[in-house]
Design a protein around this ligand. Structure first.
Ligand SMILES: *Cc1c(COP(=O)(O)O)cnc(C)c1O
Length: 219
């Protein structure tokens, strides 16, 4: 099947409450344009440089999501145009995003990444660190960021029970912060689920799925 066919098939299977982020990392602009021409407007990339090059080359009505781990010193290269940063996992990074967003006269939406997997390699905050950030004065004084949700990645495994347990855990954290609403924090999006596990993620309450290989083919 073509990229457009893959995309339309997945899109038609998603509930209307779920946003599709087409993960286009490593793929050439022609592939992204095929998805664009089929109606896709939200693309996810995991390298800032690559995302910036694609942003320059492509139509300007695209929403660019940074889904990868972000290095503080590279934030400035995406602040002029990024729509949503999924992988925010420290106060220091949030401070840099706030600072750069201010320079660009923007308010940038962010998701806080929560660590839910069993692997040591996955980035993210635990619940205590999440609490610390949200309670800190530094955070509460920020004016150019908005925390609009949480993001998580399950363990890379075939064990559906394990994955379900991790997604359910993230959903329960997400739910527990629903009453904590402020100008800069209002958790609406729950970004979880990739090609291999997005159906399960949706069953567990995901509102945003990040799908790459099922649309664009293997990398
Ligand atoms: C690459 C990537 C995806 C998409 O993975 P697929 O298995 O190709 O769908 C989703 N989320 C993150 C954070 C990624 O890095």
């Amino acid at each position: 099947m073509s990229i457009a066919q893959n995309l339309l098939k997945i899109k038609s299977s998603l509930p209307s409450t779920v946003t599709l982020v087409a993960v286009s990392k490593t793929k050439p602009v022609v592939d992204l344009m095929e998805a664009y021409d089929a109606g896709q407007r939200i693309f996810g990339e995991n390298k800032i440089q690559e995302m910036a090059e694609k942003w320059e080359a492509m139509p300007k009505d695209i929403e660019w999501h940074m889904i990868g781990h972000v290095q503080t010193n590279k934030v400035k290269f995406m602040t002029p145009f990024v729509s949503l940063i999924h992988g925010v996992d420290s106060l220091k990074l949030l401070e840099e995003i706030d600072k750069q967003a201010k320079k660009n006269n923007r308010i940038i939406d962010c998701l806080l990444q929560i660590y839910i997997a069993e692997e040591e390699s996955k980035f993210g905050l635990d619940e205590e660190e999440l609490n610390e950030i949200l309670a800190s004065a530094t955070f509460q004084e920020m004016k150019n960021i908005r925390i609009v949700g949480l993001m998580g990645m399950a363990t890379f495994t075939d064990n559906q029970t394990q994955i379900k347990k991790e997604f359910t855990h993230l959903k329960s954290i997400f739910d527990s912060y629903q009453n904590l609403k402020s100008e800069i924090c209002n958790l609406k999006s729950l970004s979880m689920g990739m090609s291999g596990d997005y159906q399960l993620a949706i069953e567990c309450g995901s509102t945003m799925v990040r799908i790459g290989s099922s649309i664009f083919g293997n990398r």
